[in-house]
Design a protein around this ligand. Sequence first.
Ligand SMILES: Cc1cc2nc3c(=O)[nH]c(=O)nc-3n(C[C@H](O)[C@H](O)[C@H](O)COP(=O)(O)OP(=O)(O)OC[C@H]3O[C@@H](n4cnc5c(N)ncnc54)[C@H](O)[C@@H]3O)c2cc1C
Length: 350
Amino acid sequence: MIVENNVPLQPYNSFGIVARAQNLVRIASEGDVAELRADPRWRDAPRFVLGGGSNIVLTGDVKPLVLKVEIKGLRLVEETPRAWIVEAGAGEVWHDAIQWMLANGYPGLENLALIPGTVGGAPVQNIGAYGVELQDRFDSLDAIDLDTGLSFTLDAAQCAFGYRDSVFKHVRSGPNDFGLSGRALISRVRFRLAKPWKAVVGYLDLERKMEENGNFTPSPTDVFDWVCAIRRAKLPDWRVLGNAGSFFKNPTVTPEQCADIIARDPKIVHYPMADGSIKLAAGWLIDACGWKGKSVGNAGVYEKQALVLVNRGGLENPVTGGEVMTLAKAIQTSVYERFGIRLEPEPVVV
Ligand SMILES: Cc1cc2nc3c(=O)[nH]c(=O)nc-3n(C[C@H](O)[C@H](O)[C@H](O)COP(=O)(O)OP(=O)(O)OC[C@H]3O[C@@H](n4cnc5c(N)ncnc54)[C@H](O)[C@@H]3O)c2cc1C
């Protein structure tokens, strides 16, 4: 295990922001964490856990020790009459892990295809797309407490999954609080993939694909291919146009608040939720404020989808984290002034 110094982070974040890690260590096994903790120079050092860097905004050089998770491994742990339990190392590339599962006959994650990042980053914000959230296919995960070095296992309830949320996004603020932000390194994730497999195709875009293809009984691979095609058409490829996916969460409001907004803006895109609240499309709110296609420095709002902020300067003259956050704040202010709604960023600001 080697601690590298002054490591460029531009290749390790999907915005392509230029920043350096003062110190970076690659964690390829649970043993590497033990070795790190055995070294008095690093045992109590502040640290930042990095996966694929597809949900972060770097606002400067990273002073805490960067733990870049590269733990590999894919295996079927158990097969029951009702499910396959598949385990993946946290450092596996998310999309590649799904492909491996499909190739080996363990379907269930195809709606989440092409989401960038690692397996270990996926539970942190309970990733979701096209009608499926990670929590719907989750069994358990292993993690290491970086404060104590102890390994532990969490089930779904203990992960406290919510909409783009989990226990890993919350800081522990008291003895009865279980926040694990900055404290846990997720090492392995197990998925419970139900048998018999059932296609999740209720999303409008997927319904359209069924119509277009005249295929109303798609296989897991059909759904996988359709999701990839839909995403490629809608979202910028972060390797070409740096971004971190959706920059803001879709806000939820009460039915009264929604009625109030509809009275002023009848076209607002909204979805009733099971708990009685109403989810609003953040992209629509941003678009309604006139932001689509606009820029602040090299930070821009994607022309095809106002929810995505992009790096207009490429890798040669890249956006800075400061520009991204200035644009994000300007958007938040105009959405608040017009709709009275506070947009919450999805990526982690480092
Ligand atoms: C083009 C594009 C499209 C996207 N589409 C979607 C989408 O459809 N749905 C969606 O939900 N998200 C989407 N995202 C966001 C992002 O891909 C996911 O949130 C992804 O799971 C982040 O994983 P990562 O490994 O890149 O995490 P990172 O960006 O490296 O880290 C994000 C956070 O997770 C923590 N973390 C990462 N790995 C670990 C670990 N092993 N242990 C503990 N903490 C860890 C980090 O400390 C940080 O706080 C998209 C992003 C892009 C660029």
